[in-house]
Design a protein around this ligand. Structure first.
Ligand SMILES: C[S@@+](CC[C@H](N)C(=O)[O-])C[C@H]1O[C@@H](n2cnc3c(N)ncnc32)[C@H](O)[C@@H]1O
Length: 297
C-alpha cells in the first residue's frame, strides 16, 4: 500500500528514490548487504512503475513484425534490449534475411528500439562482422551511444572461405540510450582457464570492476543451446544470461524483436526477468514457443 501511494505521486516517488540513493554508503569499498538491499528496493519500485506502463498482454512471445509490436510498446519502458538481428546475408535465402530487406528497414528497427528503451538502459545487438560498419552508423544515427564491441567465440561458421580468415567470433554491439547506467556486479563465470587466470580480470573491488570484452562461454557447439536440433544461428543461453544479469535487475523487462528459437526469452525467464519477444516467421515463432514450454515443464 505504501508503495502504491508513492507511485501515484511522481514527485514524491523521485524524492523517495533520491533519499534511498543518499543512504547507500558508496564510500565502503566492499559490497555490503545493506547497500544491496537498498538497491533492490530502489529497483523494484522503478520496475513497478514501468510494469504498470506496459500493457500486460505484451509480456510474452509474439508472431508479429517487430515494427508493429514496437508501436504498442510505450516509449521509455524497456529495461534492456538483447537481440540478434537478421544478418542480411544470403545464407538462408529467404525474404526475412535477404540483405535488400534488412537494409531497407534496419534504420526503423533501431529507431523503434531506441525509443522503447529507458534512459541510460543498455542494448546488445549481435551483428554480422562484414556489416559492422553499417550497424554502427545506423545505431549512432538514431542517437544510440556506442559503448564497446564485445566478442564471443562463434560456432556458426563452418564454411571455408578462400582468401580470408575464419569468421569465428561473434561481434556484439554494446549500446546505451544516452549515457549508460553502470553494469551490475555479477559473479563472473569464466569457463576458459586462460581468462580465469588472467589477473586483469579478477579485480575484487566492485567500484572499479571491469569486465573483459571477450566473453567466452562453454566451448562446445551444443552446450547451452535450447533446441534439440540447433539451427545455424542459435545463440548460447548462458551467454545471454550473463548479459541480462550485467544489464538488468529481477523483474525488469527484456525485449528481443528477433527471437527465433527463444534463446533470449529463455535466458530472461531463467533470470526472473519479464520479457517481450517476437519473430515474424511462423515456424521460428513455433520453435520459440515449444522451447519456452519445454523450459517451464
Ligand atoms: C538471427 S535470427 C535470431 C536467432 C536467435 N537469436 C536464436 O538464438 O535463435 C533473426 C530472426 O529475426 C526474424 N525476423 C526477420 N525480420 C523480422 C521482423 N521484421 N520482425 C520480427 N522478426 C523478424 C527472422 O525470422 C529470424 O528468426
Amino acid at each position: 500500500m505504501k508503495t502504491k501511494s508513492i507511485q501515484s505521486n511522481p514527485q514524491k516517488f523521485d524524492s523517495f528514490i533520491d533519499k534511498i540513493k543518499i543512504s547507500v554508503d558508496y564510500t565502503d569499498s566492499t559490497w555490503n548487504s545493506k547497500s544491496q538491499d537498498l538497491e533492490l528496493i530502489k529497483n523494484s519500485l522503478h520496475n513497478l512503475q514501468t510494469v504498470n506502463q506496459v500493457p500486460s498482454n505484451l509480456f510474452w512471445l509474439h508472431n508479429k513484425d517487430c515494427l508493429s509490436l514496437m508501436k504498442k510498446i510505450p516509449n521509455n519502458s524497456i529495461d534492456l534490449i538483447l537481440t540478434d538481428v537478421p544478418f542480411g546475408v544470403n545464407f538462408k535465402w529467404n525474404y526475412c534475411d535477404s540483405p535488400s530487406y534488412v537494409f531497407s528497414v534496419y534504420n526503423d528497427w533501431l529507431k523503434g528500439m531506441f525509443e522503447s528503451l529507458k534512459d541510460w538502459a543498455h542494448c546488445y545487438i549481435f551483428v554480422p562482422t562484414l556489416e559492422l560498419d553499417k550497424w554502427i552508423s545506423a545505431a549512432k544515427l538514431v542517437w544510440f551511444t556506442l559503448k564497446n564491441i564485445l566478442s564471443t567465440r562463434s560456432y556458426t561458421s563452418n564454411c571455408f572461405i578462400p582468401n580470408n580468415f575464419k569468421f569465428d567470433t561473434q561481434l556484439i554491439l554494446f549500446l546505451s540510450k544516452w549515457k549508460a547506467k553502470d553494469l551490475n556486479k555479477v559473479n563472473w563465470v569464466r569457463t576458459s582457464q586462460s581468462w580465469f587466470n588472467d589477473k586483469r580480470n579478477t579485480n575484487p573491488n566492485p567500484f572499479t570492476f571491469s569486465y573483459p570484452s571477450f566473453i567466452d562461454v562453454f566451448a562446445n557447439k551444443k552446450a547451452n543451446r535450447v533446441s534439440k536440433n540447433i539451427h545455424w544461428n542459435e545463440k548460447n543461453v548462458l551467454f545471454c544470461e550473463i548479459l541480462i544479469k550485467l544489464s538488468s535487475n529481477p523483474w525488469d523487462i527484456v525485449f528481443d524483436p528477433f527471437v527465433w528459437s527463444g534463446t533470449t526469452a529463455i535466458a530472461a525467464i531463467k533470470q526472473n526477468r519479464n520479457y517481450i519477444a517476437t519473430d515474424n516467421n511462423k515456424d521460428n515463432y513455433k520453435l520459440a514457443k515449444q522451447n519456452i514450454k519445454n523450459l517451464k515443464n
